[in-house]
Design a protein around this ligand. Structure first.
Ligand code: SF4
Length: 322
C-alpha cells in the first residue's frame, strides 16, 4: 500500500487537522490549564534559570495550584464558554502546557488529570513534559488513563544532538530521550506521543533534521511539533546573544530544514506545527521573521512546493513500499 493513501493530492504532509478528524471526527479545541508544577531546570534540581531558550513569561503565564486562576476545574470552566462561543466548538481537550506537567508525585498528577477529565465537555488531555520526567509510576498512570480516554503527551525532545542539548541547557541528553521514547512505546502504548523539535541552534549538524525524522519513524509516536530557535527577552540566550551575537536561521534556510524533515518522516506521523510565532513580538530579539504570523507559513509552503516535498518520500518505509 502506498503510505500516502490518507493524504489528499494537495497535502504535502499529514496535518494536525486531519489527525483530529481521524481521531475525534472533527475540530477539537485545547483549553490551556496550569498544573502548578515547575521544571527540574527551574527548581534547582538541574538548574535554576530554566532552559536557555525558555522565557519565564512564556512558561509562567498561567496559574499555580492555588494561584490566581484557581483549581484545574475552575480554570477550564472559566475559559471554556469563550472558546465554545467564539468557534462554535463542541470538542475540547485540557492542555497542561507550561512547565513540566509530570514533574510531581503520582497522586497529585492523578488528582489534576482526573479533575480535568471530570468536566463533561473535556474529551481528553494534552500533557507537556520532558523526557527525564517520566518515571515508571507516571507511565503507568498515563497508560491507565489512556486506555479510558484520549491522552496526548507533548514531549519536549528539542534535539537528538548532545551538542545542541548542552547548548540549550536542557539538562538531559539524547540517550535520555531515546530511553523515554522506548519506554513510552513499550509501557504506555495507548498514549499518543507528540514530539517537539527545535531547529536552528548554531550547534545543529547539517543532517540533524533528517536524522531526527529517521529516529522518530521507529519510535511509535503519533505526531511532531516543529519550531525554530528564537531568542527571547529574559532568557539565557538573550544574555549570550547580547554578549556575543551568534547566527540564527534565515527563514528560507529554516524552510529547507522543514522540507527535508518532512521528506524523511513517516506519513503516519502528523505535523501539528511547522514553525512558531513569537507570542510577544516586542520580546523576540531574533530571528526577526519569528515576529510575523503569516509570512513564515507562506515561505515554508512555497519551499515545500518548489522542492516537491511529500511526507515520507525518502523514509525507509516508503523505500520498502509499505
Ligand atoms: S523549556 Fe520546558 S522544561 Fe525547559 S524551563 Fe521551559 S518549561 Fe521548563
Amino acid at each position: 500500500m502506498n503510505g500516502h493513501a490518507s493524504l489528499s493530492e494537495v497535502k504535502r504532509y499529514y496535518p494536525y487537522s486531519q489527525y483530529l478528524l481521524d481521531t475525534f471526527g472533527g475540530k477539537t479545541y485545547k483549553i490551556v490549564v496550569a498544573s502548578g508544577l515547575t521544571c527540574p531546570t527551574r527548581d534547582g534540581k538541574l538548574a535554576k534559570a530554566g532552559c536557555a531558550f525558555c522565557d519565564v513569561r512564556g512558561s509562567s503565564s498561567f496559574f499555580g495550584k492555588k494561584g490566581r486562576g484557581g483549581s484545574v476545574q475552575e480554570q477550564i470552566l472559566k475559559r471554556l464558554p469563550e472558546i465554545r462561543d467564539r468557534f462554535s466548538a463542541t470538542r475540547f481537550l485540557a492542555y497542561f502546557q507550561s512547565y513540566t506537567n509530570t514533574y510531581s508525585d503520582v497522586n497529585y498528577l492523578r488528582e489534576i488529570y482526573e479533575a480535568a477529565l471530570a468536566v463533561p465537555e473535556i474529551q481528553g488531555l494534552c500533557i507537556g513534559t520532558r523526557p527525564d520526567c517520566l518515571p515508571p509510576a507516571v507511565l503507568e498512570l498515563l497508560e491507565e488513563l489512556a486506555q479510558k480516554t484520549y491522552v496526548s503527551l507533548e514531549l519536549g525532545v528539542q534535539s537528538f544532538e548532545n551538542s545542541t542539548l548542552d547548548w540549550l541547557v536542557r539538562g538531559h541528553d539524547r540517550d535520555c530521550s531515546l530511553d523515554a521514547l522506548e519506554r513510552l512505546r513499550t509501557h504506555a502504548p495507548s498514549v499518543h506521543v507528540c514530539v517537539h523539535l527545535m531547529f536552528g541552534s548554531p550547534t545543529d549538524s547539517i543532517s540533524g533534521a533528517r536524522e531526527a525524522a529517521q529516529i522518530l519513524n521507529q519510535a511509535g509516536i503519533r505526531g511532531v511539533k516543529l519550531h525554530q530557535l528564537m531568542i527571547l527577552e529574559n532568557t539565557e540566550l538573550a544574555e549570550r546573544f547580547r554578549a556575543q551575537p551568534f547566527p540564527t536561521l534565515e527563514l528560507s534556510d529554516y524552510a529547507e530544514k522543514v522540507s527535508e524533515f518532512i521528506d524523511h518522516l513517516s506519513p503516519k506521523i502528523y505535523l501539528e506545527r511547522l514553525c512558531a510565532t513569537a507570542t510577544h513580538k516586542e520580546e523576540c530579539i531574533a530571528p526577526a521573521w519569528s515576529r510575523q504570523r503569516w509570512e513564515p507559513h507562506n515561505v515554508i509552503r512555497s519551499v515545500l512546493e518548489k522542492n516537491g516535498t511529500l511526507q515520507g518520500r525518502f523514509s525507509a518505509e516508503q523505500a520498502q513500499g509499505t
